[in-house]
Design a protein around this ligand. Sequence first.
Ligand code: HEM
Length: 503
Amino acid sequence: MLTMTGSALLAFQIIGIVLICLLMLLVVRRIDDSQRYRVSALPPGPEAQWFHPGPKAPLKYAQMAEAYGPVFSYRQGNRLIVIINGYKEVVDIMQKHNAELASRPDFIAAGEFLSGGMRTLLVNNGERLRRLRRALHSQLQPTAAVQHKPIQYSCGLDLIIDLLQDPENHINHAKRFAASLIMTMTYGKNTPTYYTDPEVLEINVHTTRLGKVVPAGQHVVDNYPILRHVPFVVSTLRKWHKEELGLFSSMVNVVRTQVEANRAQPSFTTYLLEHQAEYGLSDDELAYLAGSMFGAGSDSTATAITFVIMAAATNPHAQAEIQAQLDLVVGRDRVPTFDDEKALPLVVAFYLESFRWRPISWGGFAHRATSDIIWASNGYVIPEGTTVYGNHWAVGHDSSVFSEPEEFKPSRWLDDTGRLREDISPFTYGFGRRVCIGQHVANNSVFISTALLLWAFNIREDPVAPIDTMNFTDSGTVRPLPFKAIFSPRLDKLEEIVEACRA
Ligand code: HEM
């Protein structure tokens, strides 16, 4: 009993000291800020010292942009946040000032503790980021992305067969496509992958944990960094890191054993093991580099495929147009392949429009200004240290670039001659120097799935179960919630043709 009272007293003392320190820090920062911000104006925004947008922030931000303008700011205590909601503004700020926005805000819970500072997405700009991105680039840049096309094609054929046999579960089939691809690319897995495989389930536990602590302010240590020194505050994060690192290391060890026995399939991990010294990777960094491919590339790719299905089911006219092109270019005796891509601009336009219409990382990912950014057109300053988001939802729905933004119109991505436009982008993969490094692989996945899906099926909405196209999770990478779609094969011998094309 005495011991309990003693530790309670100690805890109160620590909390007291922490509160006093925080108060002092707040006063000093406010004096500092008020002096700096007088020089030029901050983008306008709510007055509150602690503003929280609430649920579905990207939609709320788009509404706020109508009141404050396309670039606005708000505060969360000491943190200053700027949200960019217009297409032109995102180009002017996120793209043109890419060097000053190449860093991340401090993700203390998710980056420092949960990921041990090793998850590429959360690493600050600097020497480690350069090493990690260079290693990833070797496998994911356009010329290297080509080598993954045969796996993507084969996963695409599986997707068609899965849908034919069990259409109800279409969301899980899209997840299977993405999981199989990543497991093969990363670890050289050559047995079929299912979304219910124990290792896939285990990776998903870790991805879900990460998703819980990434949003700024979700964990107390992000709001009060001084608490990082209080062991019980960060003990769960430390435990999660240990478990995640254990899993990632064990997966690398399997490949290491295969390499030693001379029976490893070439993969990202075999490449990293061979070039470990060249990239200066520790064993733990190597394990994280391989392991976090799944978190970064699996859910996002699966969501992209499911949004294509949703777009097709709710836009029969656009679907018919793309099928007419597929019939002309591919016919019905064989499946579409990557070789058809140049002749199928409508397929590309269809998925680009899907990216714009229902963005996957809908609020964008946080960047940090590492020096003051003067936004010349309006004379506003985005001070050093500000967290900056390009709001993908608002940018894709900017009516000055995308007329009738609620409408699904693939034709807006084509010029008068039917070629793909190069002057606009859906910005699905983010901005500047932190743009998604897996974008070429992801585009190939979405291209082959879209082509195969719409070649193989007429996809329809069930009149008695209309699809709510805004029914997705309110998370960093959104996930569409279950919806019914009817998949009617467009040819009698679909399975036969697909199987014949596997060779
Ligand atoms: C349709 C699928 C995908 C979407 C929509 C997507 C989207 C994004 C976005 C929005 C970012 C942050 C960009 C920013 O900070 O502005 C990002 C970062 C990243 N993505 Fe993707 N991604 C996809 C697929 C992939 C794949 C397949 C991989 C790997 C195989 C991958 C690996 C990464 C990595 C490593 C980062 C961190 C880059 C950094 O912070 O420097 N992504 N992705």
